[in-house]
Design a protein around this ligand. Structure first.
Ligand code: UDP
Length: 327
């Protein structure tokens, strides 16, 4: 299939692009390189473009005979979204609306959308199933939920078949640990701990030690990037016949911040300073997925369910690429 990968130069998009190529698809990356890295795109055509550019989208969809679109080009930081809701709604919702409009215009009817566990807010029941009430507590989660609703209504017209995949904590490095996380500035837990282990930062800060969890730190469900991408491939394969697919993507196992730090220490063999600080606003104590629906309906099973193997791939990527992608 000819697949447009919006945000294909970013962390998840670049891994997805590589996996699409390996599986016989023809990905075309569409990215404005505001966050992504040109060198993360290998063996795929690249279009430098912005999602706000309707004419360029139409031209790209037409020129490359695109049959399906995968969309990874969103802003992803909760704190930043609280600081700047206008920009989050603009990029995450308005630009996706523009993309869906161009798809409708070009009769492209398949869409795989990166959604997030943040659509659930602070759910009462853990692990989280897909039908839990959507009650996002920040503009990031709400902007993703708004897109899901638009996709839902558009699918009702018969002009869109879509999959909304709600990620828990994507991490690790794919393609033999050659495609990893290089966010600038970095805000995600595992790469930050690795930077501390590599001596690139003075310490790792734990945001809150008084949560109602076993060791007082937040618990998250960490999912290997390659497992995540595999679910996209399976979902894409179903969109010939399925109009609406919604899945949680996680391992179902929770690890606390302290456990993640200990795992990095074990894998790296390095010791480093750990500093306990205040809570980060907007962090729910525990987020873990019930991914039974994806297991059953997609036939999706993870290859890297244990945290150590996820961290090993990230550790290798960061050591092999101490300056990230360098661009
Ligand atoms: N976290 C932390 N120190 C950091 C970065 C993150 O203690 O320097 C915590 C954060 O509060 C959350 C967990 O690690 O509980 C995962 O955070 P991350 O930003 O990686 O992902 P999120 O869960 O926000 O999507």
């Amino acid at each position: 299939m000819n697949v447009l990968v919006c945000g294909g130069a970013g962390y998840i998009g670049s891994n997805m692009t590589a996996m699409l190529t390996k599986n016989g698809h023809t990905p075309v990356v569409y990215d404005n390189l505001s966050k992504g890295h040109r060198s993360a795109v290998r063996d795929a055509q690249f279009v430098l473009g912005d999602l706000s550019d309707y004419d360029k989208l139409v031209e790209t969809l037409t020129k490359h005979s695109i049959e399906a679109v995968m969309h990874f080009a969103a802003f992803i930081e909760v704190g930043e979204s609280v600081e700047n809701p206008i920009s989050y709604y603009h990029n995450n919702f308005c630009n996706t609306h523009n993309l869906l409009k161009s798809m409708e215009n070009c009769n492209v009817g398949k869409f795989v959308f990166s959604s997030t566990a943040a659509v659930y807010g602070m759910p009462d029941t853990i692990p989280i199933t897909e039908d839990v009430t959507k009650a996002a507590i920040n503009p990031y989660g709400e902007s993703k939920w708004a897109v899901e609703r638009l996709c839902h209504f558009q699918s009702q017209t018969g002009r869109l078949n879509y999959a909304a995949l709600r990620y828990f904590n994507a991490c690790g490095a794919g393609e033999n640990a050659t495609l990893g996380e290089d966010h600038r500035p970095e805000s995600h837990l595992i790469p930050l701990i690795i930077q501390a282990a590599m001596g690139k930062r003075e310490d790792i800060k734990i945001f809150g030690t008084d949560y109602p969890t076993e060791d007082g730190t937040c618990v998250r469900d960490y999912i290997h990037i390659q497992d995540l991408c595999k679910a996209h491939l399976l979902a894409l394969g179903k969109l010939d016949t399925e109009r609406e697919l919604v899945f949680n993507l996680g391992n179902g196992t929770g690890y606390s911040v302290r456990q993640v730090i200990d795992t990095v220490k074990e894998v790296s063999g390095k010791d480093f300073k750990v500093t306990e600080t205040d809570r980060r606003p907007g962090d729910p104590p525990v987020l873990t997925a019930d991914a039974a629906k994806a297991n059953t309906e997609l036939g999706w099973h993870t290859d890297y369910p244990d945290l150590a193997s996820i961290v090993q791939s990230a550790w290798k990527f960061h050591n092999d690429n101490p300056n990230g992608y360098g661009d």
